[in-house]
Design a protein around this ligand. Structure first.
Ligand code: ADP
Ligand code: MG
Length: 697
């Protein structure tokens, strides 16, 4: 009899093996991990603890410092069940030095039975001194018959970002397995020249499994050599990826625009105002870029209202006059339509046709527009992401303008390259309304040249900003009533600490319901991130057209919507947001002729840093000053801000906080790209993701 055919041997497991390869990781768990973006074994390695808990020492109840978090242990001397107002269990626990009250809110019957008088509890939580003495609200706990059966951990306990259905313990064991696999992976152990010790693997081990004697403060302050190493490595990888993108984009030649000045003149001659000095300077930068036979890759940053759109328009006119097409991409339908109105006003008299291409066009209209782009009869197109679908083709696209850069990633820009004519690169102009100091901008946008509009057009009335404690809500409501009675409109912005859109949506809905009761004579609208794009748009439109008077919103309105009639903005719990984000929000008012107000409705008491942020906001209307203050205020340990930097997906570094580490890494990035391209690509893959497929090999 013939042998059974042998199965082909499986390739040895590596870090790019799916997580389900790991023992105990079935499809359900894999799905939970995917929520956190963890799909391959290697991803687990870089899922780093956000903080550590120190459970290495049992603290005596009698020595507890009010408000601190630690491990305690004691004997249960009383247990009392309550059903109202909420089902809860109250325990009294005693050790040799004192006693504490524990309140549990969620427990099964089994757990309740386990918590009997006479047994020993070990718990971890924040102890507060209250009327009842020292007390803990739903601490973590375990229970045993004797104290010896309760184990005190030897090391700091890492706490990972988790999600429903995924426990810390489970994450820890999966990460252990990933670390073991990494130790056997040769490529992983290769040193990165130019970075300081420890090597990547040792650093990861030190952070996932801290040494027994590890001081907690060192990790909390990110002063551990392992943290510094990984921060540097991640920043380096991002620098490499940005430079690599730039190289890729500049591989093809781009067309040259000879008569930029003439085109600019044609546009400006018809405007009722003249350019600011800053606008002129930036247009000079753009003209110089377009006079070269390689693609422009330029970021124009300027405060809200500094006149970036007009600068973009001048570049687009120049492009069309040189015989090519230009397209502008806005982040939302509404903004695209807003731009369409402005551009038609400016460009139609010059004989340039402007079209809208948005996701909401009907098929016949859409087909007609697409045909016009392809036959070259349309010079300027305004659109949303729909503009850059594969099906949309241009005859001679020469320039792409991307408005509000922070919503648009490097990888997407890479994919725009193929929109131009065969073999020719498209010029790219990126507009950002989040101005940041120059050196930082050069680090964050290492793939772009940077121009800055640091001057507002004359004659603007600055927004008046006041901070009011939320116990004076009545006064604020009265003020909204007055503003609306005078025919103007108001924003009410809800903020939430949680990253969850669901919770912020819920908070916004509740706030809107409450405001409808409190201000029954007003028409109140609502937008939040969980709404369908169409509904969101409908709400914004209703507000823009004046059909609603008060718009309750989450921070989704941050991006450049223009409702000049809105003259007051209330920001609830502004202490939860970073300075730059608050400034962005505030930029939604003060766009019309009347003086506008921004009311920061805070919850007392304010932390020192929150107080500093609100003060800075009251004292300045200048985005650059705000950005610098923001930077100065963010010391180590300031939790805010990770999400505001606009660079999504950083694992351990924060380019704002860690800005001063970047310049030497830029030189290293160039060196590696030149001399060790394989290592450079490995670092991109490890830290940034797999986007080389956009590149040409
Ligand atoms: P942003 O930089 O926020 O995109 P916009 O380009 O929308 O700013 O400009 C805000 C407003 O200022 C627009 O109404 C625009 O027409 C006007 N504007 C632009 N440049 C000037 C200028 N030099 N003088 C006066 N008004 C200007
Ligand atoms: Mg704008």
């Amino acid at each position: 009899m013939a042998d059974k055919p042998k199965k082909a041997p499986l390739p040895p497991p590596g870090l790019d093996t799916p997580v389900t390869f790991l023992k105990g990781c079935g499809p359900f768990l894999a799905q939970r991990l995917a929520v956190l973006g963890l799909t391959q074994v290697g991803d687990l390695l870089f899922h780093l603890p956000t903080r550590y808990e120190d459970r290495r020492q049992v603290v005596r109840l009698g020595d507890w410092l009010d408000g601190t978090e630690a491990l305690f242990r004691g004997r249960i001397t009383a247990a009392e069940m309550r059903l109202a107002p909420r089902r809860s269990l109250k325990l009294v626990v005693e050790d040799a030095s004192g006693a504490a009250v524990l309140r549990m809110f969620q427990f099964h019957q089994q757990q309740q039975q386990a918590l009997q008088r006479g047994r020993w509890v070990q718990g971890f939580g924040v102890g507060r001194v209250t009327r009842d003495g020292l007390s803990f609200a739903h601490p973590e706990w375990e229970v045993a018959d004797t104290p010896d059966a309760l184990v005190v951990p030897d090391t700091l306990t890492p706490i990972y970002p988790a999600t429903q259905g995924l426990t810390q313990a489970r994450l820890r064991s999966l990460i252990d397995a990933a670390l073991a696999l990494a130790a056997k992976t040769p490529g992983f152990l290769r040193a990165v020249p130019g970075l300081s010790a420890p090597d990547t693997l040792t650093a990861l081990q030190a952070l996932h499994r801290p040494a027994e004697a590890q001081a907690a403060e060192v990790l909390a302050q990110r002063a551990h050599p392992a943290q510094r190493r990984l921060i540097d490595e991640e920043l380096l990888a991002h620098q490499i990826s940005l430079r690599w993108v730039r190289q890729q984009l500049q591989r093809r030649p781009a067309l040259v625009v000879a008569d930029f000045a003439g085109a600019q003149q044609a546009l400006l001659a018809r405007l009722p105002f003249s350019l600011t000095g800053a606008q002129q300077r930036v247009l000079g930068d753009i003209a110089a870029d377009l006079a070269q036979p390689r693609p422009m890759l330029r970021l124009v940053q300027g405060d809200v209202g500094s006149g970036k759109t007009l600068v973009a328009a001048a570049a687009m006119v120049a492009m069309v006059r040189a015989g090519f097409q230009a397209a502008l991409m806005a982040p939302t339908e509404l903004l695209a339509e807003q731009h369409l109105i402005n551009f038609r006003q400016w460009l139609t008299p010059l004989g340039i046709e402007v079209r809208l291409l948005s996701g909401r066009l009907r098929k016949p209209e859409r087909d007609a527009t697409q045909a016009a782009l392809l036959d070259g009869s349309v010079g300027v197109t305004i659109g949303t992401h729909a503009l850059f679908q594969d099906s949309v083709r241009f005859l001679r696209l020469g320039l792409i303008v991307v408005d509000e850069q922070h919503r648009f990633g490097v990888q997407q820009r890479l994919s725009l390259r193929d929109k131009g004519p065969e073999g020719q690169a498209t010029h790219q102009l990126i507009m950002s309304a989040t101005p940041i100091p120059r050196t930082l901008a050069q680090s964050l946008y290492a793939d772009l040249d940077i121009s800055t509009i640091d001057e507002l057009p004359p004659g603007r009335t600055p927004v008046k900003t006041v901070a009011i404690v939320n116990t004076r809500r009545e006064d604020v409501l009265a003020r909204i009533g007055e503003v609306c009675a005078a025919g103007r409109q108001a924003y009410w912005v809800c903020t939430l600490v949680e990253v969850s859109e669901q919770l912020s949506a819920q908070a916004a809905e509740e706030t809107a319901a409450l405001l409808r009761e409190e201000l029954p004579h007003l028409r109140v609208g609502l937008v939040h991130g969980r709404m369908k794009a169409d509904d969101k748009d409908a709400q914004m439109r209703a507000f823009k057209d004046g059909r609603t008077q008060l718009l309750v919103a989450t921070t989704v309105i941050e991006v450049g919507v223009d409702v000049p009639n809105a003259s007051i903005m209330i920001i609830e719990n502004p202490e939860r947001l970073g300075l730059s984000q608050l400034h962005q929000l505030r930029g939604r008012v003060g766009r019309g002729a009347v003086e506008s107000q921004c009311v920061l409705l805070y919850q007392a008491p304010l932390s020192e840093s929150a107080q500093a942020r609100l003060t800075a906001l009251r004292n300045s209307n200048d985005g650059f000053v705000i950005a610098q203050t923001d930077l100065d205020l963010r010391g180590p340990g300031e939790l805010l801000g990770r999400r505001q930097t606009g660079v999504v997906g950083m694992k351990i570094a924060d380019p704002v906080r860690d800005a001063e580490r970047i310049p030497p890494l830029q030189a290293l990035a160039d060196r590696l790209l030149d001399t060790q391209p394989a290592m450079a690509r490995g670092l991109i893959r490890r830290w940034v993701g797999d986007f080389e497929r956009y590149g040409e090999v």
